[in-house]
Ligand binder design. Structure first.
Ligand SMILES: Nc1ncnc2c1ncn2[C@@H]1O[C@H](COP(=O)(O)OP(=O)(O)O)[C@@H](O)[C@H]1O
Ligand SMILES: [Mg+2]
Length: 331
């Protein structure tokens, strides 16, 4: 069954075209992540789904119903933003119940839905607290809980974890992964610029650049078979190395190889000098100058003994090479 259909979506602000024609079909219950560089139109696209922005052209349908001209309150959506925007004078319980009270839901139903959301997000012990008595991560869980109580058809998240510190971000990400598993019928669209969030949460990732879709696929499809240079360098960290093609298929101008797919070799294909070595604990990154202005980053074991100035020889593993033509398309 269809969860969300976006067809020919276009949006500009003044002379700036922000969405240049977006087409996307999302199944009911799918968890879709939009990624892309800052300013590529992720928030704008999400806000048009919510009805907070109107499209200049195109259509949006939620579970088969065209909502293009419907106001936000009639779309069956709930949205969680980067800033949690809880009501400061209301308890967690009141914050979570507020939307349903406004919608004139019955008391018993409100209580049942708040209890369900609270259990899902482990908020039971916090229900009588005020927002100021919560950590940032807890506040964001309340904001998510408030969205759940509305029982949306479509759940929208715009970088919900980006205001949290690293440890809370991981903990809250795991809560969201659990939430996804416990709401299998709810379609979710999640915007982030964080690779790990995208890779771990998404059923499918949509890579956006300058208001266009570059590629749509499962996290591993994008990692293994990027359609072009942009996606190749956007997915994966550190980014895929790109060097001039030496051989390869007809038309290949660039070769890509991920840092984790290079290995030290006695008489390797690339010879160079280590110019920087980063010890990250479980792994070591070595930056190897191979001449002609090209540098390869190689991901080595944590106890690798490479030092700056060392002569280094590297070999790629054959099946992990990527080839691109002059237009940047994968061959
Ligand atoms: N209300 C607005 N008025 C004018 N320009 C806007 C408005 N909202 C967004 N933009 C512009 O649209 C582009 C995309 O913004 P946005 O969707 O927020 O990007 P992202 O979320 O991917 O970082 C940016 O260049 C931004 O400055
Ligand atoms: Mg944004």
């Amino acid at each position: 069954m269809k969860g969300l259909t976006i067809s020919g979506a276009r949006k500009g602000f003044g002379a700036t075209q922000v969405l240049q024609g977006i087409d996307l079909e999302i199944a009911k219950g799918e968890f879709i992540v939009f990624v892309g560089p800052s300013g590529c139109g992720k928030s704008t696209l999400l806000r048009t789904l919510a009805g907070l922005e109107t499209l200049d052209g195109g259509h949006i349908a939620i579970e088969g119903q065209d909502v293009t001209d419907l106001p936000p309150a009639e779309r069956g959506i709930a949205m969680v933003f980067q800033s949690y925007a809880l009501y400061p004078h209301m308890t967690v319980r009141q914050n979570m119940a507020f939307g349903m009270r406004m919608a004139k839901a019955g008391k018993a139903e409100i209580e049942a839905r708040v209890a369900r959301a609270s259990a899902m997000l482990h908020l039971d012990a916090l229900l009588d607290r005020l927002p100021k008595q919560l950590s940032g991560g807890q506040r964001q869980r309340v904001a998510i809980g408030r969205a759940i109580t509305r029982d949306p058809k479509l759940f929208l998240f715009d970088e919900p974890l980006s205001n949290l510190d690293a440890a809370l971000r991981v903990a809250t990400r795991i809560e969201i992964a659990r939430l996804k598993a416990s709401m299998p019928g709810t379609t979710m669209v999640y915007v982030t610029h964080d690779q790990v969030e995208a890779m771990t949460l998404a059923d499918r990732i949509v890579v956006l650049q300058a208001g266009r879709i570059e590629q749509v696929g499962t996290p591993l499809e994008l990692y293994r078979n990027p359609a072009n240079l942009f996606v190749a360098q956007f997915i994966g960290s550190p980014a895929m190395n790109i060097v001039a093609a030496r051989g390869g298929p007809v038309g290949a101008t660039h070769m890509g190889i991920r840092p984790e797919h290079l290995a030290l070799a006695g008489d390797g294909e690339f010879a160079g000098t280590a110019t920087l070595v980063e010890h990250l604990g479980e792994q070591t990154l070595a930056y190897v100058d191979i001449g002609a202005g090209e540098t390869l980053i190689v991901k080595l074991d944590g106890d690798a003994s490479v030092r700056v100035g060392d002569a280094v020889s590297l070999s790629p593993r054959e099946r992990n090479r990527h080839w691109f033509d002059a237009s940047g398309k994968a061959i």
